[in-house]
Design a protein around this ligand. Structure first.
Ligand SMILES: NC(=O)c1ccc[n+]([C@@H]2O[C@H](COP(=O)([O-])OP(=O)(O)OC[C@H]3O[C@@H](n4cnc5c(N)ncnc54)[C@H](OP(=O)(O)O)[C@@H]3O)[C@@H](O)[C@H]2O)c1
Length: 288
């Protein structure tokens, strides 16, 4: 069996996945953007051709929602066209392609957690570009796993977002003693270490097609912030506000929580509840 190649390996999920693969003794090549830009198609073909992986995991993405609205060409290049090209290369190499997608493929009108079979209806350039990436992959190479997830936080933080929601709340809480957070958008907060574990479990179980992998349950960003400060033992005043308090160009789904109706087919359980994962994450010494 050839090695595993992890693209976008310096990100929150990519770094946690590489840590997991190291712990499991799985031979893998972590490639950050400085090693391989997935938009440079000739480089991608050459590098993957040399490494001859059995599995490619694409954790690379342009997912700053507001910036995707301003730079739709870049969003499409990274989140859709690069995925199309990866699918073609993986088909040539007969490698499994594991690709990460998002809750933002949905419009949030369902009012209940979305399952894999629900129809997509993205509201913004980011979501549209991610749907396009999914469609290219499904159309071109059946040996794939698409993992949709939501509300990620991890030790590394996301460079394009300047950290993640947990880090931002902790910083603002320390600096200001109060924060304003929206009550009218709900999500499934998910720790990238748990996601990496779930993703690899699907690979090992031989899954194919689309899976939702998130920590269990859902909450509003406001409830998420309250839990962060409660678990951290910080006295920070959290003011509930609605989305119009933070005007932006991108429309966002009001309720984009996910759940899986497919993990059971593989004999896998859902990930632990989000509160348990968050408490565990915040107990770590290296949380900023
Ligand atoms: N974060 C969330 O809340 C969230 C929610 C739902 C789904 N997702 C999806 O989950 C996946 C992982 O997210 P994450 O939070 O781990 O992201 P992240 O921490 O921002 O990592 C993404 C990585 O992709 C790299 N990258 C960007 N453009 C690239 C390119 N052209 N070539 C190669 N690498 C490139 C970035 O490198 P640089 O740092 O050098 O730019 C970064 O290291 C993504 O597919 C995302 O769409 C994320």
């Amino acid at each position: 069996m050839g090695p595993v190649v992890v693209l976008g390996a310096a990100g929150q999920l990519g770094s946690d996945l590489c840590r997991l693969l190291s712990e499991r003794g799985v031979r893998h090549f972590p490639l950050a953007r400085r090693d391989l830009d997935i938009c440079r198609h000739e480089d991608v073909a050459r590098v993957l051709g040399e490494l001859r992986p059995s599995i490619v995991v694409n954790c690379a993405s342009f997912h700053h929602v507001e910036r995707c609205e301003e730079e739709p060409e870049r969003a499409f290049a990274v989140n859709a066209l690069a995925v199309r090209h990866l699918a073609l290369i993986c088909r040539e190499l007969e490698a499994l392609l594991v690709h990460i997608s998002t809750d933002y493929v949905f419009d949030g009108e369902k009012g209940l957690p979305y399952v894999e079979a629900d129809p997509v209806s993205p509201l913004n350039a980011y979501g549209i570009s991610k749907v396009a990436g999914e469609l290219f992959l499904r159309a071109l190479w059946p040996e794939h796993i698409i993992v949709r997830t939501s509300g990620l936080y991890g030790r590394r933080g996301s460079s394009v977002k300047g950290g993640n929601f947990v880090h931002t709340m902790l910083r603002l809480g320390r600096e200001q003693g109060e924060v304003w957070v929206v009550t009218d958008q709900a999500l499934s907060p998910t720790w990238t270490a748990d996601l990496a574990w779930g993703l690899w479990a699907v690979v090992e179980a031989g899954g194919r097609g689309t899976y939702h992998i998130v920590n269990g349950g859902w909450c509003s960003w406001y409830e998420f912030a309250c839990a962060i400060f409660r678990f951290k033992g910080m006295a920070v005043e959290v003011h509930p506000v609605t989305s119009d308090h933070f005007p932006g160009r991108a429309r966002r789904p009001r309720f984009s929580a996910l759940e899986s109706s497919r993990l059971g087919e593989l004999g896998l359980c859902p990930l632990r509840p989000w509160q348990e994962a968050l408490r565990h994450y915040l107990s770590g010494q290296d949380v900023p």
